[in-house]
Design a binder for this molecule. Structure first.
Ligand code: NAP
Ligand code: MG
Length: 453
């Protein structure tokens, strides 16, 4: 068994050491999940709902501990990490209502009674990235458990601590052994085995488009179900008729939250040319006011990047001759810090404009009119998120329908609300998570005809 040392990204100091399972141990965990699923699917819907509510209560009783783990192990600001732990509780509570509502159909047919059932797929393999270790874990885990599946989850190698603790809380809450297992191993070992193992019936993957494409190809060998949440290069479209003060004041948080390590980051700001100069005047103080610093300090809005390697990657998009319009601040000394950075004017072929940076770097590009804004917004292989700022209701609706992305907000930057579906168009993904339909995505529809004659 190999070991991995988790580093605090704000200090570069070790937090703890985690034992990493190998492929054989992954196979053993999958065998336990297969056995546990036979019993878990037979737990009555009301009892399954009750266990998920107890699990949510156990998370609720440990919000502070989970938040502290995420601050130390992932560098998330304390306020954000506290919200994330509460979000896990909320997602569990929301889907705790699902077992009692997995309702099939009675379809009128001649000669008998026809009914449909939502049967669990079986064992679900959940592959989680390092950027939002708690929320993304909960989005796959909670609806999968609610609809009678067992889950083998692989957190990112860099950020395993909160998922490990949440799985312990599941056991303490009374979920049977083997129903939810967390394997904090390498993607190339544990993740690959989940994809290749025939008894894992569905993969839920969040991460890069590159690895997601390999995962999808691996799943194809077994016709394995797969949900993919991949990268993004989302546009924040600012029309001249909007509340420009609010648009400028909120734009930094739409891209610099989580230090830009967010697949929904609005990393391309598109501004109608007639208000470009005024927008830039308003944006500069907003960017400089982002509170970057010690994640454990109250009031911190942005922490460090996840790792030294990732900081090198982000920095490669801002070479010495980059068109930096202005930058915010970042601490000196240890820690993987990178200041909020605004690039303008930026060329249409500049990698900072075309590629997902996954760091606190945003570009500003002018557009002429509505049609131009839509063309520029859609000129990317991605299609995850985006924002539209306008006071014209008709325009808000037209542009919302024309932008090819899965999750849009008008006069706001909301992306992920657990009540509503989340996922991407084009190379940003496949399938949807969250919302009222998520439990059905972990089931197969079975049709049964019973002859009456
Ligand atoms: P990644 O390499 O795609 O990793 C995502 C998850 O997949 C991790 O748990 C990883 O495990 C696992 N994995 C890696 N190779 C695998 C394989 N062959 N089979 C199965 N699972 C495998 O993403 P990353 O390296 O963390 O980040 C790279 C880029 O991905 C980012 O810069 C960003 O562009 C994008 N990203 C997007 C999101 C999103 O929410 N859409 C999240 C994170 C990253 P290990 O950690 O052990 O390698
Ligand atoms: Mg990787």
């Amino acid at each position: 068994m190999s070991e991995f040392t988790v580093l605090n990204p704000a200090t570069e100091q070790p937090v703890t050491t985690v034992a990493q399972p190998d492929a054989e141990e992954t196979d053993a965990a999958i065998a336990r999940a297969v056995a546990a699923q036979r019993d878990w699917r037979a737990v009555t819907p009301g009892d399954r709902a009750g266990l998920l509510r107890r699990f949510a209560a156990a998370v609720d009783a440990h919000i502070g501990e989970l938040a502290d783990l995420e601050v130390a192990g992932s560098g998330h600001p304390l306020g954000q990490a506290t919200w994330e732990a509460g979000h896990v509780r909320d997602v569990l509570l929301y889907y705790s209502a699902a077992p009692e509502r997995l309702i099939g159909k009675q379809i009128p047919v001649p000669g008998g009674l026809n009914v449909t059932f939502h049967e669990p797929v079986g064992v679900v393999g959940l592959i989680v990235p390092w950027n939002f270790p708690m929320p993304i874990f909960s989005w796959g885990m909670a609806p999968a458990l609610a609809s009678g599946n067992t889950v083998v989850a692989k957190p990112a190698e860099l950020t395993p601590l909160t998922a490990i603790r949440i799985a312990e809380l599941a056991l303490e809450a009374g979920l049977p052994e083997g129903v939810l297992q967390v394997l904090p191993g390498k993607g190339s070992v544990v993740g690959q085995r989940l994809v290749d193992h025939p008894q894992v019936r569905k993969i839920v993957f969040t991460g890069s488009t590159e690895v997601g494409s390999q995962v999808m190809a691996g799943c194809a060998r077994h016709i394995k179900r797969v949900t993919l949440e991949l990268g993004g290069k989302s546009a924040n479209i600012v029309f001249a008729d909007c509340d420009l003060e609010r648009a400028a004041a909120t734009a930094p948080y739409a891209v610099f939250d989580n230090a830009g390590q967010d697949c929904c980051a609005r990393s391309r700001i598109l501004v109608q040319r007639s208000v470009l100069d005024r927008f830039m005047e308003l944006l500069e103080p907003a960017v400089k006011n982002v509170a970057v610093g010690d994640p454990a300090a109250p009031g911190t809005e942005m922490g460090p990047l996840i790792s030294a390697a990732h900081r090198r990657h982000v920095a490669s998009y801002v070479p010495d001759d980059a068109p930096v319009a202005f930058r915010g601040s970042a601490p000196d000394g240890p820690g993987f810090w990178f200041p909020p950075t605004v690039l303008a004017p930026v060329g249409a072929a500049d990698p900072a404009y075309t590629e997902e940076v996954f760091g606190p770097v945003v570009t500003v590009t002018p557009f002429e009119d509505e049609a131009d804004a839509v063309t520029i917004a859609n000129d990317t292989p991605y299609g995850l998120s985006g924002s539209i700022w306008t006071s014209d209701v008709g325009r808000a609706i037209r542009v919302s329908r024309a932008v090819e992305t899965g999750t849009l907000s008008v006069n706001s930057h909301s992306s992920v609300r657990y009540w509503t579906p989340f996922g991407g168009f084009k190379q940003s993904g496949l399938g949807r998570e969250l919302g009222p339909d998520a439990p059905e995505a972990f089931t197969e529809t079975k049709n049964v005809f019973i002859a009456t004659d």
